[in-house]
Each structure stands twice: as C-alpha cells, then as structure tokens.
Design a binder for this molecule. Structure first.
Ligand code: ZN
Ligand code: ZN
Length: 360
C-alpha cells in the first residue's frame, strides 16, 4: 500500500494534524452552524457553505437542523427550565462531562426540531447524505486515519477527531454559563470564559454572544479578540462571506441602549449618592439647629446674668440712696437740735416755725 502511515513519524505530526483538523471543525461550528445557520449574522457563498457542511459531516456527524434547533431553544430558555443544556439547571459537572447526552436527548424531541429548526438546508445532499447518513462521514474517516498514521496512531487520531466536538460543546455550554466574566447583565448566566477567542474560535466570548446573538462578531471590548470574526472578514475579502449584522456599538453603548439591568448599576449608584447627599444635608441641618439652640441658650443665660447684675446694681444703688437719705435726715435733725438750743439760749419763742417741728 503506497504511502501507508506516511505521517506516523515524527509523533508530533499526528498531534499537529489533530489540532489543525480540530481547529477547522471549530471554525465550521462557530462560523457556519452558529453565526450563520442559527443566528443569520453572516451569509456564506455556496462554495464556503458546502465546504463547511461537508467538513462537519466528515468530522462531527452533526446534522445542521438539529444543532440549530437545540441552540435556538438554548437561547429562548437560557438557564431556565426548558434550556436543553444549562449548568444552572442541570448542574455544572453534568454539562461539562456529559453535555453531549443532554444534546442527544434534545434532538430526539421532534416538536423541538419542528419549532426551532426552520430555515435550515434541505437540499438533495442534506436529505440523502448529511441527515440520512449523519455518521457515515466520520466512520469514513477511520480508514483515512489508518492510511495516514498506521493502525494504532490512526485510531488514536480518529478518536481525537470524534470526541473533539462533544468536548467543545461541553466546554462552551458548561463553562460558558458558569465561569468567567460578564460584559452584559443578560438574564442568563452566560460568561466570557476568557477575552482571547482563539482556541474555540471566539466562542470563548459567550456572554458577549448572548447579549447580542445575531452579531457576527463576538468581540465587545477593545481588549478582546475573536479570531472567528477575523476569519469572516477574510472570507468577506474573498467574496465568500457577506456580513448581515455585526455589532458596532461599544460594550457600554450597547449595554446602555439594550440592557436596562446594566443601567440599574449606574442608576442605583446615582440614587445612593443622592440619598447620601440628603442624609448629609439632614445631618448638617440638625447640627445647625443644635448650634443655634446652644447659642440662644447661651444668650439667654447672658441676658439673665445681665439682668441679675442690673438688679444687684439697682439694689446697691437703692441701699446707697437709703443710706444717704438716712444720713441727710440725721444731719437735718442735728441742725434742728442745734437751732432749738440756739433759740432757747437766745430766749426767743419756744414755738418753732411751721415745718421745723421735731421729727419732721
Ligand atoms: Zn449559551
Ligand atoms: Zn448562539
């Protein structure tokens, strides 16, 4: 068999192959299944569309309509009863380790597929190959892997490819709704796992996506990076993609316009500040009142003291006046006595003139 196991040595070639193939799968999941087929933020040229659908059939066995329907229902019921795979409802480890089983349970729901799976491809190849024989592609890759890497390594590489998508889904659905930071106070528990969207091609920015699901770009802050958006722009340059909608507002502008809860933060802050101001003014007024009362009390005491002082002064003056009067009376009676004596000595009338009676 010419060319058998040509890529088996050195060992890292198979790892590199797996990483590149996995990255391609991630690109097809986020660009085609997620941003285009589910949310319609971008449209692809049929060439790009078919290439991605083929690659997904080859490496994941995912049926577009099923993936789209389950994901749309996830958006409709995010982290509430009815969400097909919510760590908030089902538990973190159930989704991180077994999210794929929740997905499989959801796709068995015909009603769900009918209601949420509208507008998905329904051409001949979809009906007769991708949907009807969804796992034929990934099984067909087994001999290719064995051919390229030999039996042992080939099966290992194939297993890596086969579990790639379930792991990716579990990470996004589990961690993307439990751990990380939030730019937007969405009603769900969505989180940006970290700001550098490279490994899972921008799906790391899951809170940004839930805030504005239709946007073809998942980036919201200047310091965030979404390689998926870079790929879309490149495909656009090649005329293989047409962006239908991509958010241009900054995170804060977008939150201010569409997320009332985000406004609640600054509004509550303003209310708190106003309440603190009112409280401060009230305390100031109370202190002023207290000061004024103290001042009035002090003034009253001063007035009282002044009054006491004046009363004491008046009493002293009265006593002094009385003393002077007594002295004057004493002097007058002395003068009278002396006058009486003089009159008697002179042998004059014994009667005193009117008004000079003794004790008068
Ligand atoms: Zn989500
Ligand atoms: Zn989505």
């Amino acid at each position: 068999m010419a060319g058998y196991a040509v890529l088996a040595y050195p060992w890292w070639v198979s790892l590199f192959f797996l990483l590149v193939a996995g990255h391609l799968t991630n690109i097809c999941v986020t660009l085609y299944l997620h941003r285009s087929a589910t949310h319609g933020g971008v449209r692809f040229h049929p060439v790009a569309d078919h290439a991605m659908r083929f690659w997904l059939w080859l490496t994941t066995g995912m049926v577009t309509r099923e993936w789209v329907a389950v994901h749309r229902k996830h958006h409709a019921f995010s982290d509430r009863e009815g969400d097909p795979h919510s760590p908030a409802v089902e538990g973190f480890w159930h989704i991180v380790l077994g999210g794929v089983f929740f997905y499989q349970r959801a796709v068995r729901d015909r009603e769900l597929l009918e209601k949420y799976g509208k507008g998905c491809p329904d051409d001949w190849v979809e009906r007769n190959v991708y949907s009807r024989h969804s796992f034929a592609g990934i099984l067909g890759v087994v001999p290719v892997c064995i051919y390229l890497f030999g039996v042992g390594l080939g099966l290992l590489v194939w297993t890596g490819l086969a579990i790639w998508m379930p792991i990716l889904g579990n990470v996004i659905n589990g961690i993307g709704h439990s751990l990380g930071y939030r730019n937007f106070d969405t009603k769900d528990e969505s989180r940006n796992i970290y700001p550098f969207g490279f490994w899972i091609v921008g799906e790391e920015l899951h809170n940004n996506h839930h805030a504005d699901p239709r946007s073809a770009t998942f980036r919201a802050q200047r310091w965030e990076f979404d390689i998926g958006w870079i790929y879309i722009r490149l495909l656009e340059l090649l005329r293989l993609a047409e962006v239908v909608y991509a958010r241009t507002l900054t995170a804060s502008e977008f939150a201010a316009r569409y997320y009332r809860d985000n406004l609640a933060g600054p509004l509550a802050e303003r209310l708190d500040r106003a309440a603190a101001g009112v409280e401060g003014a009230r305390a100031q007024a109370a202190a002023g009142l207290e000061r004024a009362r103290d001042g009035a009390r002090a003034q009253l005491q001063q007035v009282r003291r002044g009054l006491d002082h004046a009363r004491a002064g008046a009493r002293t003056e009265l006593e002094q006046a009385r003393a002077r009067l007594d002295q004057a009376r004493d002097r007058a009676s002395m003068v009278l006595d002396r006058a009486k004596v003089s009159v008697e000595q002179a042998g004059g009338p014994t009667r005193l003139p009117e008004g000079l009676e003794a004790g008068g």
